[in-house]
Design a protein around this ligand. Structure first.
Ligand SMILES: [Zn+2]
Length: 178
């Protein structure tokens, strides 16, 4: 559902932003892109999103210059966050923190650290060890105490995502069309 055009065309930057990222699947796609998912088939596997919806959302994110759509050089297509897309990280991080605070009764599900020194990130994205504002490529994400794996039969995309890794580092899976 989109807001009436009177909102989208108005002067409110928040309304305009919600037109771009205010839909559930869209933010999940963006989150997965931060986790290193780049291929259509991997987004589809990881999110369980209907393929037609995924096609539609990826297209609009490319149109909005949140993602790029590029040949991977070996016959496939990759979607990657642009600088404009990476600039959404504080939004994703804030929503993750909120979810961890209110919807993760068994403890933190995903822990964020500064990969250079292992320091935990605070809610503002600063490292608790060195105090720096940690750039996105230096953020390590790892399963926390509240994380429960679905088991060894879990798909390779989820396996990659649930292994400690830096944000934006591409996950390695077999190439799929699209
Ligand atoms: Zn640090």
């Amino acid at each position: 559902m989109t807001l009436p055009n009177t909102y989208a065309d108005g002067n409110c930057p928040l309304a305009r932003t919600l037109e771009v990222v205010g839909e559930r699947w869209t933010l999940m796609i963006i989150r997965d892109a931060f986790y290193g998912v780049r291929r259509f088939g991997d987004f589809a596997t990881q999110l369980g999103i209907p393929r037609a919806v995924l096609t539609n959302r990826l297209k609009s994110l490319v149109q909005e210059d949140v993602l790029t759509r590029e040949d991977d050089g070996v016959g496939g297509i990759e979607y990657r966050l642009t600088d404009k897309g990476v600039a959404l990280w504080p939004v994703v991080h804030a929503l993750m923190n909120w979810g961890e605070a209110f919807y993760s009764p068994n403890g933190t599900k995903r822990v964020l650290r500064h990969d250079l020194d292992g320091g935990l990130l605070d809610h503002d994205g600063h490292c608790r060890d060195c105090g720096s504002a940690v750039p996105v490529p230096e953020i390590r994400i790892e399963p926390g105490p509240g994380f429960h794996s679905a088991g060894p039969e879990v798909d390779p995309v989820s396996n990659a995502i649930n292994t400690p890794r830096r944000l934006l580092e591409p996950i390695a899976t077999a190439r799929t069309p699209n």
